[in-house]
Design a protein around this ligand. Structure first.
Ligand code: SF4
Length: 237
């Protein structure tokens, strides 16, 4: 990697990550089979990319571990496969289904309000539009981007803690880096070719959970080390 932040070699970074991911899965990773994808991606596949299922799962996934999101999402969606069905339940019952997701009571209240808005204004459908999604209670950019990409196959960059951390460590976002996920998303929208927008989240989440860990990353076995400046990394394995 040279000193020009615009010279990030995305093609080789993505190629290396894709090959590593394929090899990791082929040689038997130690995680449960359904942790190959993030929880929301798994739910999106399981429910045939149904936008309501993706939206519910994404909201439940906030500040919640993947394995908990899977359980919580299935509990809610099996009982409430549509906004109309969820709207009929009291918030307490929705919260019981959402448990043990983090902040399950707040999420239950948000889901009920969202279902009411969808029924009243959008004929019970989840709209494929960023601004409309952002206007829904409890929906931020991460949620909206994930719904757009997973449910509607629209080019969108979902930035979570892994994408934010690895992109900054590697120095891909320029010498100053970024202060938060939203700034990371805006910077990536400028420098990352569109063909990679939908892939970056699942690849870097998978990589961030296994190699570029938050504390003491496994730099010695990193497949993109040649594209990384290791900014802020004090201890490695
Ligand atoms: S070299 Fe280390 S800090 Fe950089 S991406 Fe690889 S694991 Fe992460």
């Amino acid at each position: 990697m040279n000193g020009d932040s615009n010279a990030v070699d995305w093609e080789n970074i993505f190629r290396a990550l894709e090959v590593w991911r394929t090899e990791t899965l082929r040689h038997g990773n130690t995680f449960p089979a359904d942790s190959i994808d993030t929880a929301v991606t798994g739910i999106a596949h399981q429910y045939s990319r149904d936008p309501w299922a993706v939206l519910v799962s994404t909201i439940l996934s906030l500040r919640t571990k993947d394995e908990v999101t899977r359980v919580s999402s299935r509990q809610v969606l099996d009982t409430c496969p549509t906004p109309a069905k969820l709207l009929k339940l009291p918030v307490e019952e929705i919260a019981r289904l959402a448990y043990p997701a983090g902040f399950y009571r707040t999420k239950a209240a948000n889901l009920k309000n969202i279902a009411a808005i969808l029924m009243e204004q959008y004929d019970g459908q989840v709209p494929p539009d960023m601004d409309t999604l952002l206007a829904l209670p409890g929906v931020g950019r991460k949620t909206a981007n994930l719904v757009l990409s997973e449910a509607f196959d629209i080019d969108a960059i979902c930035v979570d803690i892994h994408v934010h951390r690895i992109s900054n460590r590697a120095g891909w976002l320029g010498p100053e880096g970024t202060r938060g996920p939203e700034q990371t998303e805006m910077t990536l929208r400028e420098i990352l070719p569109k063909r990679y927008w939908k892939r970056i989240n699942s690849l870097l989440v998978f990589y961030g959970q296994r190699v570029c860990r938050p504390v003491s990353p496994y730099c010695s076995r990193c497949v993109i080390g040649g594209h990384c400046r290791r900014r802020g990394v004090e201890r490695t394995r």
